[in-house]
Design a protein around this ligand. Sequence first.
Ligand SMILES: [Zn+2]
Length: 388
Amino acid sequence: MKKIATLLLILLIPFLLFSQQTDPLWQKAEEIVKNSIIIDAHEDVPTTMLKENVSVKRTKGHFDLPRAFLGGLTAPCFAIYTNHRYDNNHPAEQGLHALEKVYEFAYQNKDRVLIAYSYKDILRAKQQGKMAIIITMENSTPIENPSQLLIWKRLGLRMAILTHMKTNKYSDSSTDIEKWGGLSPEGKEMVKRMNELGILVDVSHLSDKAAAQAIELTTLPPVASHSCVRALNNVARNLPDDLIKAIAAKDGVIGINFFPVFLSEKVSKEWEKLMSRYNELREKYGENAREIIRQEMKNLPKATVKDVVRHIKYISNLVGVEHVGLGSDFEGISFTPEGLEDVAMFKNLVYELLKEGFTEEQIKKILGENFLRVFKKADEAYWKNNAF
Ligand SMILES: [Zn+2]
C-alpha cells in the first residue's frame, strides 16, 4: 500500500510542479517578492556568526547569504544578543565581540552587503541589488548606562530590547520574576535617551507592564520586533490586544515571530509537556537529555505558513495592516513552520497572503514598508534632535 502511495506521489510531482508554475498567484507572488523591500525585524544571525561562516551556503540553520538572496531578503535585523549569564560579567565585551563579527561579515561581502546607518541605506541596497544589515540588540546589558547609547548609535545600533528571558537591571521580562513593576528607573532613562538618538524601543520579551510603560514613554513609533498574538495563543511572550492597540496608536509595528510554539496553541501545549519532561530527564541523564528531547521534538504537532498568516490577519483586523510586519526569529528558534523553513521561503508567505485576499499594496507593507516607515521616523527624530 505504501509503495503504491509513493509511486503515485512520484507520478504526481511533475504535475504539481507544472501547476505551481502556471498558477497565476505563484507568478504574482514571485513578482511581489522581486519588487518589494523585505525587512525581517529579528534574526539571531550574529550569534551564529560566532561559530559559523554564514557567507556561504550551509545545510543547517535558517540564514546564509546565498539563501537570503534567493529569498529576496532586503534587510534583516541582526540582533546583538547577550545571554543573561553575562549580565554581571563583562556584557559589553560580549556585545562588542558579536558586533565585530557583523562588521567582519559586511566587510568580507562588501560587494553584496552594506550596513544600514539610515533608512536611506535600505533603499540604496534594494536599488543596487544588495542586502542591508540593520543592527539591533536583544538584552541591552552591554550598554552599561544611558550615556553609552550615543556610542552604540554611532556604531550602527537602530533598535534595542532592554531585556530578554530574564529580568535585568533595566526591565522585567515576560518570562521571569517581576522586580521593578515594569521598567527600572534606569530603564526609563534608557528609553528617553533612545528617543533622542532615534534608536527604536523594541518591547518584545518585556513584561506586559514594562512594555506598556515603554510604549507610553517612547516618542518614536514603538516596535515589537518578534512577537505574536496572545488572543490566538495564550503564552506570556505573545502580545495582548491592549498592547497591540497601544503600539498601533503610536504608529508602531509588530513583527510576527515564526516560532511554532508562539504561533500555535496546539504546539505550545505539547511543548510545555516536553519541557517539563526535559527537566526530569536532565536530572537523570544530564547533558544527554538534550539529544533525547531533540528526537522527541520531531513528534510535536506542526505549525505552517498559514499560522503566520492567521496572526498577520488578526493584527490587520484589529488595528490595520500598517502595523504588522515580519520578525522571524531565524537562527534563534529550534524549529520552524512548514513552508517557512529559512530565509529563502518568503514567497510561500506571499502566496498564502494572496490566497487570503490581501492586495499587493498591503503585502508590500507587511513585507517591509511598515518597518521602513518607523526606521525613517527614527532617523528624522535623530536628525531633528541633533543629539550628540
Ligand atoms: Zn527573542
